[in-house]
Ligand binder design. Structure first.
Ligand code: ADP
Length: 340
């Protein structure tokens, strides 16, 4: 069922969501007030209505079910507010992103012409290194996030497309479906329409990929800034360990923490998370083995996490990115990466 194409309804009475109405009902635009109001949930109305209290006309033309879905995505992802400090390491990337992306979006008057932000940004690097976290941190800074039409109505906004290679891959799979070809074309067209230099549009498109070399050339041109998000350095790994150990009883000395960190060369951020979680399970397993009732226990009833737990955890959680892959990312970075 298409959205009604009539002008946005008037007044506020019709804006109350009518549960289960779906947007349905015949009658075209003739009884627009009631039907338009019934198409969207209260959350969507609150998110998308402009200063005049009306939903912009472009959005009214979209399928209400899709508007609802996209808007739920917006609300859900902004629920997990990520701040820059939540991302360990990646200092250079964080600085560059703030300089070329966040400030221009917050203060577009200053960042025009030669200072205009790039029209797109590609974050690339091994899986689990914080690309998605960076996307979320940008969105949290800008406070809004949405997709194309909705994004334009909500600007400044950020569209973050994870694993963008899966949509915009250069590889012509045998018998590529007509539908995926169409999706690809539509994506490229929409991305073109988001260029801040030509349209003054303040929608930033960010793609993330673990396979940058598989991207379509056309897609790469639309994401001209390519930022390498490498595996975390020792300092970042140390921050991750210390942060995760906050609130957990442990008896590791600073020297032991350094030892743990030194043993995790090549671990990604998500490997580190799994590794520390695994180590923290050590005292729980011991308690279970000795037949204690873990159900009623508090943190202080468990023995502290120790170096041995980390040594055991190392067997369970190996690094997930192999050295050959890292070389591949570094070569790609040499060739295409933004220098900073
Ligand atoms: P990707 O680079 O594949 O998008 P994510 O950003 O989704 O990786 O990271 C997956 C998880 O790993 C995060 O939710 C977080 O728990 C952890 N992680 C990865 N990188 C970092 C980092 N730099 N700082 C803190 N946690 C991280």
């Amino acid at each position: 069922q298409k959205a009604l194409n009539g002008p946005p309804h008037q007044g506020t009475a019709g804006r109350r969501p009518a549960a289960g109405r779906g947007g349905g009902g015949a009658g075209g635009g003739s009884c627009g007030e009631e039907l338009n109001g019934g198409q969207f949930s209260e959350r969507v109305l609150e998110l998308l209505s402009g200063p005049d209290g009306e939903i912009p006309e472009e959005i009214m033309k979209l399928d209400p079910k899709i508007v609802e879905q996209v808007s739920n995505e917006i609300l859900d992802s902004s629920a997990g507010d990520i701040q820059w400090d939540d991302i360990a390491g990646q200092d250079a990337a964080k600085r560059l992103v703030q300089e070329i992306v966040v400030w221009p979006m917050l203060n577009p008057q200053l960042f025009t012409g030669a200072r205009a932000p790039p029209r797109g940004l590609l974050l690339f690097g091994p899986p689990g290194t914080g690309k998605t976290l960076i996307g979320k941190a940008i969105a949290s800074n800008i406070k809004v996030k949405a997709l194309f039409t909705i994004a334009r109505c909500l600007q400044p906004s950020v569209i973050f497309i994870d694993e963008i290679d899966s949509i915009l891959s250069a590889r012509k799979a045998e018998g590529e479906h007509e539908s995926s070809r169409r999706l690809k074309t539509e994506m490229l067209v929409q991305m073109e329409g988001c260029d801040p230099k030509s349209s003054g549009c303040r929608v930033l498109l960010i793609g993330a990929t673990n396979r940058p070399e598989e991207l379509d050339d056309a897609a790469r041109r639309r994401l001209p800034k390519q930022l390498y998000i490498p595996l975390p350095c020792p300092l970042a790994r140390e921050q991750m360990v210390l942060r995760m150990l906050r609130g957990v009883g442990h008896c590791l000395s600073a020297a032991e923490v350094s030892k743990v960190v030194a043993k995790t060369e090549g671990y990604s951020g998500s490997d580190m998370r799994n590794f520390v979680q695994e180590a923290c399970q050590g005292p729980v397993r011991d308690a279970l083995r000795s037949g204690r009732d873990v159900g009623g226990m508090q943190e202080q009833d468990l023995r502290p996490v120790n170096l041995k737990d980390f040594q055991m955890a190392q067997r369970a959680q190996k690094k997930s990115v192999d050295d050959g892959e890292v070389v591949r990312y570094e070569e790609y970075n040499e060739k295409h990466g933004a220098k900073y």
